[in-house]
Design a protein around this ligand. Structure first.
Ligand SMILES: N[C@@H](CCC(=O)N[C@@H](CS)C(=O)NCC(=O)O)C(=O)O
Length: 222
């Protein structure tokens, strides 16, 4: 539910292709929260060159959520903030075991996959090792993480990752699947994840948050 006017309080600094911003967008949509979309063009390097953006997040990453005087600059922190402030539609199940699985999945994606495949790492590998090594590096990182998550979820899934409702694990997995698809990861060795990946494509709150549906996405054919 991104809007382009500033008549509401929440602002999300985002880039259409950012998987981390995609997580925040899904959480906002799940909770039915309207927000103003503030594009930051990562390809043009605005995250490092725009002084106003750097004031919000000196580390130079999206997403950043601004809620009045409060600035939150990490997708996990943003999502936990939304969970605490907007208690409608909880993003964590009450069952303790499922809750812990949700945290583990989120952290495997956020700590053991995404940071290893981000633009800076890939540029570094391309420059210092060889451009040909970038793809096999990304595939290795994603496969290692997906192998762990596949095992973790076995016996706990319902329609979604940990039951019949979307929770934190799904919020982190859907964007990571999008990233995996963009580099043609073979999902056949991850049957549980492959099924979730297909299911997410039909979920409106995820579709609305998808990269191609963001205001800063290039129009088709350009
Ligand atoms: N831990 C942070 C990571 C944020 C992050 O890595 N953002 C990426 C996009 S997914 C980014 O802004 N990259 C820009 C760059 O590397 O210069 C989070 O979860 O929000």
């Amino acid at each position: 539910m991104a809007t382009e006017s500033s008549d509401n309080k929440l602002q999300l600094y985002s880039y259409w292709m950012s998987s981390c911003a995609f997580r925040a967008r899904i959480a906002l949509n799940l909770k039915g929260i309207k927000y103003e979309y503030k594009p930051v063009n990562l390809l043009k390097g605005e995250q490092h060159s725009d002084p106003d953006f750097l004031k919000l997040n000196p580390v130079g990453f999206v997403p950043v959520l601004v809620d009045g005087d409060l600035v939150i600059s990490d997708s996990f922190a943003i999502i936990m903030y939304l969970e605490d402030k907007f208690t409608q539609r909880p993003l964590l199940p009450s069952d303790l075991q499922k809750r812990i699985i949700n945290f583990q999945v989120a952290h495997i994606v956020a700590s053991s996959i995404q940071p290893m495949q981000n633009m800076r790492i890939l540029d570094y590998i391309g420059e210092k090792v060889s451009p040909d090594e970038k793809l096999s590096w990304v595939h290795g990182v994603i496969r290692k993480g997906f192998t762990a998550i596949e095992k973790l979820l076995k016996g706990h899934t319902g329609r979604y990752a940990t039951g019949d409702e979307l929770f934190l694990a799904d919020v982190f997995l859907a964007p990571q699947f999008y990233a995996a698809t963009s580099v043609n990861v073979d999902m056949s060795e991850f049957p549980v994840l492959a099924r979730l990946m297909e299911t997410y494509k039909e979920v409106p709150v995820i579709r609305e948050a998808s990269p191609e549906n963001q205001p800063d996405a290039p129009s088709p054919g350009t």
